[in-house]
Design a protein around this ligand. Structure first.
Ligand code: MOS
Length: 734
């Protein structure tokens, strides 16, 4: 079905199952260890061999020679795959560097060999014996040093540069001005489940049990890299232990497992070892951001400018940190610019709210700074500059925009009125206490998505789609959608996901998966309802589906009767017209954070957090809440801990394991509250829902930063805000 006009009342609006805070239907499997990740699929192949990936020890240059002699002779070693013996390989549309490098080396820990052996330990021991001689070349590893060589590069979803009015003139003329530069570091997805795959060939047909967010992309890129027809590739990702954007693309584990399995004539399992992941896979690239804001004395923004510099491998993408500044606040004179410089670090790519999270980390500190200059409350300053239309394209309204309501509700719930705007005034024993706020803002994308639904004679409705559940709750909201549409209880729905033999869905990315994939299931169910109505002799426009029955007038027939012995199957999908071009579709929120900063050591502890979100219809408040509090947690990591430290001489991320790449643990996270405003967005899809999983991370780090400022009076503009950046400037408060 094509979704072209705003949704009117439809069966989803009954809200008997949709909108309920139901527990995840895969929860019991998850908590009992019965939901196998790719590497744990002991049921799918017998007698697998094990592959161990060797990563390049240099960041740029070439391999002069590889000596495989000792490794080949090691116990259990079956084969060693390198670029020299792998045959000609293509490159996936979504891969920047080659997944099997050599002789040219593009980045540190680029895979250069796969050692395949009878056991994992033998493969690992064999890998230690691979001897490589390199010829090093000069590389660029320091963003600050190369930023001025940056060229305009369009980020996802927009042009490189935009300009409205006359920014320079308006900024120069503004009586109150801010000109500040912020930096965000490289960050790692650091998901729990590493990239892992099992590959098995059956003749010329390849099956990969793998950990991937986007099944159809993966199939396409495997086929392209191996130069085989897409029909010969099957990807299965039934359960994914976290992705955050790190598993959007084909990575070396899957490709090398396929190559290894072909050579040894046995299934091959490959998991990327954790210390390899940080430099071998993708990461969120660092940014340098300059923000200039000019305002009249009464607090109206007259000029707003945001420039971003990031680095990536040649052909890599720009981070896109300016994108939210294009939309968030009013102001007649505006400019944004995106500059991308060449760097020889591993590939920078999407991580939870790519671009938007990084940009909000800077913008929402800048807004706090500007409010202070104006002597305005930071919430009032934001509300004063709110806009219901796209400020760059005034013919486009937002489909829904409850930013102000989020702030008002949050302020009330958090006790904002008790905040002392003067920094450094509130103490609790040794702790200096501060409160900060920031807007949350993330766009809502809609992506074509299809599904197949089958009704069988026992009344079970089975949904199949290649949609993935990366810990997000897809299984559950898809089951809720089918239950609502077919008028059956949740227990009567079976959901099968993550298999390329199923209809192609949106996949999990860009917070588009929840709304788009359920809309695809909705479309398939509309078709199944028509088939059922026809089979049972109902007029499909009049038929009501409820309590396992089809009803119209006085007639009621059990739904299962339509299935007969053969069952009844329908397949359809949703395609989105141009509503998202006519209306700016976005999700909004307000973050509130209270921190304590140790007056002597500058240790920062987050004490309280609240997020209020407006993100369309909430399909399942329990799973949606989990997404938001998870994102808030990740935002605390971004604010206070996360940083891939670059060795600028050798060109790699030094802290490439979970001991040294710090993320929040339970003890770092206080009581979190979150609240959804009542909203339905009929422009977004028949589900009237939107994304929420990435909204939650946008702005959190700034709210933490603003709270730290309110506590101490020290403004840190370089993330993460570690105590060393505070210590020297801490007020002498005894
Ligand atoms: Mo998301 S960064 O598109 O998985």
């Amino acid at each position: 079905m094509k979704f072209e006009t705003a949704a009117t009342t439809n069966p989803i609006d009954q809200l008997k199952v949709i909108g309920k805070p139901l527990s995840r239907i895969d929860g019991p499997l998850k908590t009992t260890g019965m939901a196998p990740y790719a590497y744990e699929r002991h049921d799918v192949v017998s007698n697998p061999a094990y592959g161990y990936v060797v990563g390049s020890a240099i960041a740029k240059g070439r391999i002069a020679s590889i000596d495989l002699g000792k490794a080949k002779a090691a116990p259990g070693v079956l084969a060693i795959i390198t670029a020299e013996n792998a045959g000609k390989l293509g490159k996936g549309d979504r891969n920047t560097a080659k997944l099997l490098g050599g002789p040219e080396i593009e980045h540190y820990h680029q895979a250069i060999a796969l050692v395949v052996a009878d056991s994992f330990e033998q493969a690992r021991a064999g890998a230690e014996l691979v001897h490589v001689d390199y010829v090093k070349a000069e590389g660029a590893f320091d963003l600050e040093a190369v930023k001025d060589t940056g060229k305009p590069r369009a980020p996802f979803g927009g042009p490189a540069d935009t300009a409205v009015g006359d920014f320079d003139r308006a900024f120069a003329a503004a009586p109150v001005r801010l000109d500040a530069t912020y930096t965000t570091p490289d960050q790692a997805h650091a998901m729990m489940e590493p990239h892992a795959s099992i590959a098995a060939w059956n003749g010329d047909k390849l099956t990969l049990w793998t950990s991937n967010q986007m099944i159809a992309w993966g199939v396409g890129d495997v086929a392209k890299t191996l130069d085989i027809p897409k029909e010969n590739v099957r990807l299965v990702s039934s359960f994914v232990g976290g992705g955050f954007g790190g598993k959007l693309f084909l990575r070396s584990d899957a490709l090398l497992a396929a190559l290894g399995a072909r050579v040894v004539g046995r299934p091959v399992k490959v998991a990327l070892q954790r210390p390899l992941m940080f430099n071998n896979t993708t990461h969120r690239p660092a940014t340098i951001q300059r923000i200039r804001i000019g305002a009249s004395r009464d607090g109206k923004i007259t000029a707003i400018g945001h420039e971003e510099w990031s680095g990536n491998l040649p052909d890599g993408r720009a981070e896109g940190a300016v994108s939210q500044t294009r939309l968030l606040y009013a102001g007649a004179n505006r400019m944004t610019a995106t500059r991308l410089a060449a760097l020889d670090l591993a590939e920078g790519n999407a991580m939870r709210a790519p671009g938007e999270a990084s940009g909000m980390m800077a913008l929402e500190i800048a807004i706090d700074e500007m409010a202070e200059k104006l002597g305005l409350d930071p919430i009032e300053f934001r509300i004063l500059n709110d806009t219901q239309i796209d400020p760059e394209r005034p013919t486009r309204p937002f489909s829904q925009r409850q930013l102000t309501e989020c702030f008002r509700t949050g302020a009330e719930r958090f006790g904002w009125s008790k905040r002392d705007p003067r920094p450094g005034r509130v103490r609790d024993g040794r702790w200096m206490i501060g409160i900060g706020t920031a807007a949350a803002f993330r766009n809502n994308l809609v992506v074509k998505s299809a599904a197949r639904v089958r009704l069988d004679r026992s009344g079970i409705v089975t949904v199949e789609t290649d949609m993935t559940d990366i810990g997000t709750g897809s299984y559950t909201i898809i089951a809720q959608t089918a239950a609502e549409m077919m008028g059956v209880p949740l227990e009567k729905v079976v959901v099968r996901l993550g298999d390329s033999t199923f209809p192609v869905s949106s996949g999990s990315g860009g917070q588009f998966g929840g709304n788009s994939s359920t809309a695809g299931v909705y479309a398939a169910c509309v078709k199944l309802r028509e088939a059922v109505a026809q089979k049972l002799g109902f007029n499909s426009a009049e038929a009501e589906f409820a309590d396992g029955e089809v009803r119209a007038g006085n007639r009621r027939v059990p739904l299962a009767e339509a299935a007969a012995d053969a069952g009844l199957t329908a397949e359809d999908g949703v395609e989105f017209g141009d509503l998202d071009k006519k209306y700016q579709q976005s999700t909004f929120g307000a973050h509130f954070v209270e921190v304590g900063v140790d007056a002597a050591t500058a240790e920062i502890r987050v004490r309280r957090m609240l997020a209020v979100c407006a993100a369309g219809r909430i399909l399942n408040p329990k799973t949606a809440r989990s997404q938001v509090i998870g994102a808030m947690t990740m935002g605390v990591g971004a604010a206070l801990m996360e940083e891939l430290v670059v060795d600028k001489r050798k060109g790699f991320f030094v802290n490439h394991d979970l001991a040294a790449y710090e993320v929040p643990v339970h003890a770092d996270i206080p009581r979190q509250e979150m609240f959804f405003l009542d909203e339905t967005d009929p422009m977004s899809s028949p589900m009237k829902a939107k994304g929420v999983a990435e909204l939650g991370i946008c702005g959190v780090a700034s709210a933490v930063a603003n709270a730290v400022y309110n506590a101490t009076g020290v403004r840190v503009r370089d993330y993460p805000i570690t105590l060393d950046k505070l210590l020297e400037q801490m007020p002498d408060v005894g």
